[in-house]
Write a protein that binds this ligand. Sequence first.
Ligand SMILES: Cc1nc2c(=O)[nH]c(=O)nc-2n(C[C@H](O)[C@H](O)[C@H](O)CO)c1C
Length: 79
Amino acid sequence: MFTGIIEDLGTIEKLDRDGGNLHITVHTSITNELKIDQSVAHNGVCLTVVGITGDTYTVTAIQETLDKTNLGLLKEKNV
Ligand SMILES: Cc1nc2c(=O)[nH]c(=O)nc-2n(C[C@H](O)[C@H](O)[C@H](O)CO)c1C
């Protein structure tokens, strides 16, 4: 379900470059409410959840997304 409501601010746990892709692992208190394939906004950019481990989930930004947004500037521990 898309609500558009900001429920929590996540913290970047891990950034993993994979060619043109950037795998972003985020720690958040609402991870337990997420499911694979769900869409979550990151700095206003919708990304699809591809993995969930404990309190963290992972999304992947493709090169086109990195070119058009500020997600490529993210650093680990950023909120
Ligand atoms: C649902 C969704 N998922 C992803 C994703 O997992 N990875 C990604 O790079 N882009 C996704 N997008 C598209 C972005 O939100 C964004 O609108 C475009 O990439 C901008 O070119 C969307 C809309």
